[in-house]
Ligand binder design. Structure first.
Ligand SMILES: [Zn+2]
Length: 451
């Protein structure tokens, strides 16, 4: 088991030691790469949502202790079936649960809850098993909790289909529902029920009451009691009413070759959870997968062979690290596409800056009418011939759009021939004058020598 301590570096505001950075990098790559993740969550993921942890120093147990200092009920006993044996402790349980329900209504899903949703959206979530009863996963539209009515038809293919659609399995029940102690029917909280529970009273079950009335009016023998409503959560020492379905679903998940187990916000102290993690870890390791544990408190070394990475951190802080290291995991497909597009544009821009400008491509010149071409070639000849005389270029008055005047061009051509002939004769004349002058000079000089 490799340990990464994010708490210490956060507390000191210092950089993570290189060794831990390397291990953290391994973890982020694993989360990004592996495809079939099972998540197991505990109270630690809901602390930042405003729901107190059960065991931490500012947890629920201590809050109850400060609220009822004279009462001898210990924190853990508030979740124990034994409190139903005593009217006073039952009353305390009702008041406490109503408080917890009210605070859960105000709570908002945390970064960790949203991370579970992201795993689902990226098709990487095989299942989330939670010990939490707050149902915050439902707020972000995760399919949360088992509806017994769906599973009761005994059809196996139906079971597989319904189970595979379930995102979150609540191992300890659901605080957002009330259930009858007699007929086990579940109900939503009503303002009336809430008012009674806050006073420490258990509301009567409507279903049981109606059945009782029916028997009474039909003159049948009155059997059974009218049940009372309590939060639909599983207490210590109590069997989970959905245990059969959960163990069947768990077997199905184990056969689906999960490659990653992420355990978040739980200290793994409850026996049932310990067993679940042991089984999941072994199955995942057998398939070559990995197990990552994230919690504020270190885990016992007895887990060393079952957990690969222990990250000491607040769960939301760890999610922030993931967001920083593997941002693409948190982007929607649309955002990824637009990121890819802008990256490509940026790349093309960079390439064009680095590459020297290429030779411009030959552009195809539009073929002009034959008449124009000939006229143009004539005008070139004229230009060449007349340049030395600085005659006004025929092109100076030549407009490409106009039809060239051939007669004028012909005349100009004749003129240039005449000019060439004139130049030749003038040059000859000048040369003969120069020779004559030179001869005269020689004559004068010879005369001078003679003198
Ligand atoms: Zn009932």
């Amino acid at each position: 088991m490799k340990t990464i301590d994010l708490l210490e570096s956060n507390r000191l505001g210092s950089k993570l030691p290189t060794e831990d950075s390397i291990k953290l990098n391994e973890v982020t790559k694993i989360v990004f790469k592996l495809k079939k993740t099972i998540v197991l969550t505990g109270a630690g993921i809901s602390c930042n949502a405003g729901i107190p942890d059960f065991r931490s120093s500012d947890g629920l147990y201590n809050l109850v202790k400060s609220k009822y200092p004279k009462n001898c009920v210990k924190g853990q006993d508030l979740f124990d079936i034994s409190l139903f044996r005593n009217e006073l402790t039952l009353s305390l349980f009702c008041t406490f649960m109503e408080g917890l329900y009210s605070s859960s209504l105000k709570a908002k899903p945390t970064e960790t809850h949203k991370f579970i949703k992201i795993l689902k959206e990226k098709n990487k979530l095989l299942r989330c098993y939670t010990q939490n009863i707050d149902c915050l996963e439902k707020v972000i539209n995760l399919n949360c909790g088992i509806d017994l009515n769906n599973f009761n038809d005994g059809n196996n293919s139906n079971f597989n289909k319904i189970w595979k659609n379930l995102d979150v399995v609540q191992l300890h029940g659901n605080l957002q529902k009330l259930s009858c102690t007699q007929c086990f029917k579940t109900f939503n909280w009503s303002p009336d029920n809430q008012a009674q529970l806050s006073k420490g009273l258990n509301p009567e079950c409507e279903n049981c009451y109606l059945k009782y009335q029916e028997r009474l009016y039909s003159g049948k023998r009155l059997t059974g009691n009218i049940g009372m409503l309590r939060p639909d959560i599983v207490l210590y020492g109590e069997n989970h009413p959905q245990s059969e379905i959960i163990s069947k679903g768990l077997s199905l998940d184990m056969s689906l070759k999960s490659d990653l187990l992420i355990i978040m916000g739980t200290s793994l102290k409850v026996d049932g959870i310990k067993k679940l993690v042991r089984n999941l870890s072994k199955t995942i390791h057998d398939k070559g997968g990995l197990v990552i544990f994230i919690n504020k408190t270190p885990i016992s070394k007895s887990w060393s062979n079952l957990i690969d990475y222990e990250i000491l951190s607040d769960c939301d802080d760890f999610i922030k690290v993931l967001k920083h290291e593997i941002p693409d995991l948190f982007l929607t497909q649309e955002q990824l596409d637009s990121k890819k597009l802008s990256n490509n544009k940026e790349k093309t821009k960079e390439e064009s800056l680095l590459t020297p400008p290429s030779t411009p491509k030959k552009t195809k010149i539009k073929r002009e009418p034959k008449k124009f071409k000939r006229a143009e070639s004539n005008s070139k000849k004229i230009n060449k011939a007349t340049n030395s005389f600085k005659l006004p270029s025929p092109q100076s008055s030549f407009n490409e759009d106009d039809e060239p005047d051939l007669d004028e061009l012909k005349m100009t051509s004749n003129r240039s021939r005449a000019l060439r002939a004139f130049t030749r004769s003038q040059m000859n004349q000048e040369r003969s004058i120069k020779v004559k002058r030179e001869l005269e000079d020689v004559d004068i000089n010879t005369k001078r020598i003679k003198l």
